[in-house]
Design a protein around this ligand. Structure first.
Ligand SMILES: [Mg+2]
Length: 353
């Protein structure tokens, strides 16, 4: 039997902003760039009271909560705080799987500190985050990943919820099926059409019926309905790529993109500096006004070593976009990928060029 903890920092970006600027505390704070096409990256609980949510258009958030204070996101800072949180997790176990800057799964079946239960580990981590980072985190404790994730959301914010193995079925049965991972609008509707609304009623369908209806996902559904999730905590997934993009208020011509590319390249460079490994490939992504995505990439013989180099490469990639000069674009992105260990010698890395 495994013991899994899911930790989810509360309103993470907004909480970091409130922590670092006392003038923001107790106020509705929305982390987002201003602009017609911008979306909310995070909202403080004071702003959520007005119905503001992550991923909502910033314009709508402003209408819902006109008094909100908009703060532009500062990802390098959030990344630095996230690293400190992960350092706390690693005091307890090496099996840490970060899902994003503010969420991670921990397998604490065996923990490093000798605490007797997973619940005590979760409680200690929450306390350490509060005392050392002056932030709050919610935690879920359960025998597997998917239940731990549901549990961390149960008493959010600043909550702890434990699903003991013997309580799994009683906890799951009344839940609406949409709480199961992978059940989106389409699956939910299909299930509702056959009278299935709760996880308990989903248990009445056998494996064959579910596989006939949902293909490979049918087996997963069968297991989830019974609280089974064999997926393991995969520690330290290495970064595959980092990117930043910008959607424009008005579609732009290729020759007008330079200032935007400079800005986006700067953002991506700043984010990459928090990585222990070094990116070798620069990617330029463009979306035309009619939503076609074009991407061009370049892997120089030695990895780009400054913001200036990344920018120069991204700008030169524009020259490889062979479209009518009157073509307009709605979005530009710059990415870094092909991350390698920083210590591989230049001669060696040239082999990968
Ligand atoms: Mg969170």
């Amino acid at each position: 039997m495994r013991k899994i903890v899911h930790i989810d920092m509360d309103a993470f970006y907004a909480s970091v902003e409130q922590r670092d600027d006392p003038a923001l505390r107790g106020k509705p704070v929305i982390v987002a760039w201003k602009g017609k096409r911008s979306v909310v990256c995070a909202a403080s609980y004071e702003a959520r009271r007005f119905g503001v949510r992550s991923a909502m258009p910033a314009v709508r958030a402003e209408r819902l909560c006109p008094k909100a204070i908009f703060v532009p996101p500062d990802f390098p800072r959030y990344r630095a705080v996230s690293r400190m949180a992960q350092e706390i997790f690693r005091r307890h176990t090496d099996l840490v799987e970060p899902l994003s800057l503010d969420e991670a799964y921990l397998d604490v079946t065996e923990n490093k500190t000798g605490l007797p239960t997973a619940t005590r580990v979760a409680r200690t981590i929450r306390k350490q985050i509060r005392e050392e980072l002056q932030l709050t985190a919610s935690a879920g404790v359960a025998p597997n990943k998917f239940l731990a994730k549901i549990a961390s959301d149960w008493h959010k914010p600043d909550g702890l919820f434990v699903i003991r193995p013997e309580d799994v079925n009683a906890f799951l049965s009344p839940l609406p099926v949409e709480r199961l991972p992978g059940v989106g609008k389409v699956t939910e509707r299909k299930l509702q059409d056959i009278g299935i609304h709760t996880v308990g009623s989903l248990q009445s369908l056998d494996r064959t019926a579910l596989e006939a209806q949902f293909g490979r996902y049918g087996l997963r559904l069968y297991e989830l309905a019974r609280g089974i999730d064999p997926s393991e905590v995969v520690p330290n997934r290495p970064t595959k790529s980092i990117s930043a993009e910008d959607t424009f208020e008005h579609d732009l011509l290729l020759i007008e993109l330079e200032p935007v590319i400079r800005r986006v390249a700067e953002k991506v460079w700043a984010a990459s500096r928090k990585e222990s490994r070094i990116a070798r490939t620069v990617v330029l992504k463009l979306k035309t006004s009619d939503f076609n995505i074009i991407s061009r990439s370049c892997t120089p013989s030695s990895p780009p070593a400054s913001c200036n180099e990344v920018t120069k490469i991204a700008l030169s990639l524009c020259e490889r976009v062979a479209l009518d000069p009157s073509q307009r674009f709605r979005l530009v992105g710059v990415g870094l990928s092909n991350f390698r260990d920083a210590d591989s010698s230049p001669a060696q890395s040239a082999l990968f060029g």
